[in-house]
Design a protein around this ligand. Structure first.
Ligand code: HC1
Ligand code: SF4
Length: 579
């Protein structure tokens, strides 16, 4: 180890460690807006982490950026001298010179890292603000999922790193130099035309409101307060385990009951569960898988993750025939909520508006696919991300902490099984599918229902599972994160991957860490494992744990769809993909 002093206190640091890292380990706060250790990102561009250092034996001090200056034996580091405080403040003021000043209208208001740092340095004036320069910056509203607003960008480049090195989509690129530096798209004139798949992982690391979901909270209020409209709300498997955090609850708290109650307090008429749709998906996708196995078509790849679908369409169009045609659970709930539900409840389908709460930005993209609607009317009308739903509740004066939990009461589309809930974490769709496929093949349930051998967290996992009967052993794989997905797709193209069934989730960790989830300032995906543990716990305690045993799903087939993969099921619950 190396001996240094921070603010006069002797500490040990690791060789090659940066000043920022050593200070942080010893609980000395140094502000930064560009560095993000979790993605190995230290570009030194924001220059807010200035500190004053003195080499041993030297009288003079000088200023360095802590994020990219290594420690040295005997180094004395000062983080709070007047000189440091003044220079940090000046640096933040310079960033503000080229930053839209309208915080009150920003999606990040109240949870912005630039606001935090401005408070930390005690910013009181804004002498260099250049409204003409800011007005010349690009604002890109082309994507149905997200907004790229260069009037708020501080050019930290975290988004570029996540997209290039972790998701390996490489849609973003630094453009221009000096004062004209900005973040642009590598291909295409705007986000919609580009190779971006709207996974939203870049949004999770953006320190400001430069990258954000497209805010649609007002549309939801329009529906709720329209007396002519019946509002139906569904929420995704992962929402219940990640939503409490926005209200200060520990990561992974299960707030399903509070969400149901909050939705009713908002004025929503019918609260449904996307988990019900996940159980239906298993019936459809499992049947489809068995047909494809019988026809020796392989692999079959899951199709519930919309950023993965975008990725396949844009980056691997030649592999589209391998994708399951089954729609995602959100799309399934939308289609059934506008057909079966109104028939059962005596409602006018034309007056129903379906609102989804999803941990995902790409789900906003999914619902505008023309093939996921009927005669130009979308099955799902609006998607709010986890973040927007939190904002909506706060706008309406609702605090999740003081809401009495409730339970579902819809007798047609709210029951779910343990299989449905684990969809929200990597490997869950596979595990849910195998529980049902095994029963179909063997006529009896799996003895060991938790397929714990599938529950690792490595980027790509594979296993061989004996399904018995006329199917026998099947080779399966699960990938999460698009970097890992790309590697797997390349292996398939090269004929080096021999699998029967593959689950893909575009976000690392699966939906529990979706691009629409709450942003943790300063860390990338810190809560995945806690959220996932809670999901497995819900499954473990569920009375019914296989999709085919869901009584409401059975009724749906008995009263409406006929059998899985029937003509009606095909019409309502399957889709196609285009390159
Ligand atoms: Fe997901 Fe899915 S699990 S895609 O990860 O198949 O978003 O949670 O809702 O549709 O069910 C997301 C989560 C979600 C769908 C389901
Ligand atoms: Fe890249 Fe995903 Fe961001 Fe698009 S949404 S720019 S693919 S990280």
């Amino acid at each position: 180890t190396i001996n240094v002093k921070v603010n006069g206190k002797a500490l040990t640091a690791y060789p090659n460690e940066t000043i920022l890292s050593a200070a942080r380990r010893h609980d000395f706060y140094i502000p930064t807006l560009c560095e993000l250790a979790d993605i190995d990102h230290t570009p030194g561009t924001c220059r807010v982490c200035l500190v004053e250092i003195q080499m041993p034996g030297q009288a003079n001090t000088h200023m360095v950026t802590a994020c990219n200056t290594p420690v040295k034996e005997g180094l004395a580091i000062e983080t709070r001298t007047k000189k440091v405080r003044d220079m940090q403040k000046l640096q933040v003021e310079l960033l503000m010179a080229d930053h839209l000043q309208d915080c009150a209208t920003c999606t990040r208001h109240g949870s912005c890292e630039l606001q935090d740092v401005a408070q930390f340095v005690g910013l009181k004036e804004n002498r260099f603000f250049d409204p003409i320069r800011v007005a010349s910056r690009e604002v890109d509203h082309s994507s149905p999922a997200m907004v790229r607003d260069m009037t708020k960008c501080i050019r930290c480049q975290r988004c570029v790193t996540v997209c290039r090195n972790y998701q390996e989509v490489d849609a973003l690129v630094v453009t221009g130099t000096g004062l004209d530096t900005a973040i642009g798209l590598r291909h295409g004139k705007n986000q919609k035309d580009s190779t971006c798949v709207t996974c939203g992982q870049c949004v999770l690391v953006c320190p400001t409101g430069a990258l954000a979901e497209k805010d649609e909270t007002d549309r939801v209020l329009d529906y709720i307060y329209d007396p002519e409209v019946t509002t139906v709300l569904q929420f995704a498997p992962a929402i219940r385990v990640g939503f409490g955090e926005e209200f200060g609850m520990p990561p992974g708290t299960n707030v399903e009951g509070q969400i149901i109650a909050a939705a009713r307090k908002l004025g929503v008429d019918i609260v449904l569960d996307t988990n019900f749709g996940a159980d239906v998906v298993i019936m459809e996708e499992g049947t489809e898988l068995l047909h494809r196995l019988a026809e020796r078509k392989k692999p079959t790849i899951t199709s519930c993750c919309p950023a993965w679908i975008n990725f396949a369409e844009i980056h691997y169009p030649e592999l589209l025939p391998l994708l399951s045609s089954t729609r995602s659970p959100q799309a399934v709930v939308g289609a059934i909520a506008k057909t079966y539900l109104p028939a059962k409840m005596g409602l006018d389908p034309k007056r129903i508006r379906v609102i989804s709460i999803m941990p995902c930005t790409a789900k906003k993209d999914e619902i505008v696919r023309p093939q996921l609607g009927e005669d130009g009317t979308p099955d799902v009308d609006v998607v709010l991300t986890t973040r927007e739903f939190a904002r909506l509740l706060k706008r309406e004066g609702l605090d999740l902490n003081t809401i009495e939990p409730s339970t579902f009461d819809n007798p047609y589309m709210s029951e779910y099984t343990g299989a449905g809930v684990i969809f929200g974490t990597t490997g869950g769709v596979m595990e849910a599918a195998l529980r049902t496929v095994y029963k179909v093949v063997n006529g009896k349930e799996l003895d060991q229902i938790e397929l714990t051998q599938l529950r690792g967290f490595e980027g790509v996992r594979s296993a061989t599972v004996d399904l018995g009967g006329n199917i026998g052993e099947v080779k399966i794989a699960m990938a999460h994160g698009l970097g890992e997905t790309r590697a797997l797709m390349e292996a398939i193209k090269a004929g080096e991957a021999d699998f029967d069934f593959i689950e893909i989730m575009a976000c690392p960790g699966g939906c529990v860490d979706g691009g629409g989830t709450l942003r943790s300032k300063k860390q990338y995906l810190p809560y995945a494992l806690k959220r996932r543990e809670t999901m497995f716990g819900i499954d473990r305690k569920a009375k019914v744990r296989q999709s085919h045993n869901n009584e409401q799903v059975k009724a749906l087939y008995r009263d409406f769809l006929g059998s899985p993969n029937s003509e009606k099921a095909h019409h309502l619950l399957h889709t196609f993909y285009t390159d």
